[in-house]
Write a protein that binds this ligand. Structure first.
Ligand code: UFG
Length: 333
């Protein structure tokens, strides 16, 4: 890849995409964002040097035009749908957007000679854990269409790598969390289903309470344990991955997590400390499909990319999200 080539960031106006775009720009890269704005926010692209194109990753004509008009050296793909519950009730939406549409993108890349691809995969590809922490060799048996769509694309990438020489990195995120340190961009999903933003909305008085989904799990305090990885740490791993692939490192898959688990109850307690608000907490039923514990074994990312989480302290992670909720945009674009 020519160092002056542009990076095409598909889904760059979303939560993780927009944080990565900012880091790409600060590392001196030319960035083109393609986003259909179904869930993304135009305002999340804050750097004026970024070329923003509103369009869909499954639109071949739009892709052909982009690849013809620009020297695109690599593609980062963040444009997946990620509501696990919705993927169960409307799987067609997930297989269309998370599998069929990226096939169009990969075809366009091949036609235009672009062969570096960074894929946002997920710990949801592992399914119900057989052991903990989860390393990359853990069997992948997803338990919902969201996880299945991500795993299927991982398989496609492995086959394209073998047959067509595609160089890719499948980065399996654990629970993306937090917001940019300066509070300029942040997490804004509609609808919101993730624990940290919901907890902070309870603290801000926007929601009457937070409900804990189950307190009868086989964990020390009975609530589910997750590995909360800061979005800027995720973003940094993408830059390192693209540089590795550009150097000629063979394709790889790796976990992106801290290696540290926190329970829902623990997170709520930390959020009360960070916000200084003793917001109401209710106990609810288990949410279907939630494994009791998901924590990454992050050694492979360290070995391959020299990457490890810098934001390891949950209080500091939640503080960045709280700054966004209290910032000029009040947590919404
Ligand atoms: N939770 C609650 N109450 C809530 C919301 C969440 O108790 O109101 C609990 C959940 O049961 C879970 C934990 O908080 O135990 C975290 O839930 P999130 O919804 O924030 O995130 P998930 O762990 O469900 O994330 C999963 C996968 C990711 C995937 C993501 C898709 O771990 O890989 O779903 O959005 F990307």
């Amino acid at each position: 890849m020519n160092p002056s080539s542009s990076i095409l960031v598909v889904g760059g106006a979303g939560y993780i995409g927009s944080h990565t775009v900012r880091q790409l720009v600060s590392s001196g890269k030319q960035v083109i964002v393609l986003d259909n704005l179904v869930y993304g926010h135009r305002e999340a692209i804050v750097d004026e040097s970024v070329l923003f194109v509103e369009g869909d990753l499954g639109d071949r004509a739009c892709l052909d035009q982009l690849f013809s008009e620009h020297d695109i050296g690599a593609v980062m793909h963040f444009a997946a749908y990620a509501y696990v519950g919705e993927s169960v009730t409307d799987p067609a939406k997930y297989y269309q957007n998370n599998l069929a549409a990226p096939l169009v993108l990969l075809d366009a890349m091949r036609a235009h000679g672009c062969n570096i691809f960074i894929f946002s995969s997920t710990c949801a590809t592992y399914g119900n854990p057989e052991y903990m922490p989860l390393d990359e060799n853990h069997p992948q048996n997803p338990i919902n269409p969201y996880g299945a769509s991500k795993l299927m694309l991982e398989r496609v990438l492995a086959d394209y790598s073998h047959a067509y020489g595609l160089q890719y990195a499948a980065l399996r995120y654990f629970n993306a969390s937090g917001c940019s340190d300066d509070g300029k961009i942040g997490e804004d999903h509609n609808p919101e289903t993730h624990l940290i933003p919901l907890v902070l909305e309870a603290a801000a008085g926007v929601r009457p309470h937070i409900t804990i989904f189950g307190t009868d799990y086989e964990t020390p305090d009975g609530t589910c344990i997750r590995d909360y990885i800061h979005v800027d740490d995720l973003a940094r791993a993408h830059i390192l991955a693209i540089d590795k692939l550009a150097e000629g490192t063979p394709s790889f898959q790796c976990n992106l997590g801290t290696g540290i688990g926190h329970s829902v109850q623990e997170l709520i307690d930390v959020a009360k400390t960070v916000t200084g608000v003793d917001f109401p907490v209710q106990i609810g039923e288990r949410r279907e499909g939630d494994p009791p514990e998901l924590v990454a074994a992050p050694a492979k990312a360290k070995e391959l990319l020299g990457w490890e989480a810098e934001h390891k302290d949950l209080e500091a992670v939640i503080s960045t999200a709280w700054a966004w909720v209290n910032g000029p945009r009040k947590g919404h674009y």
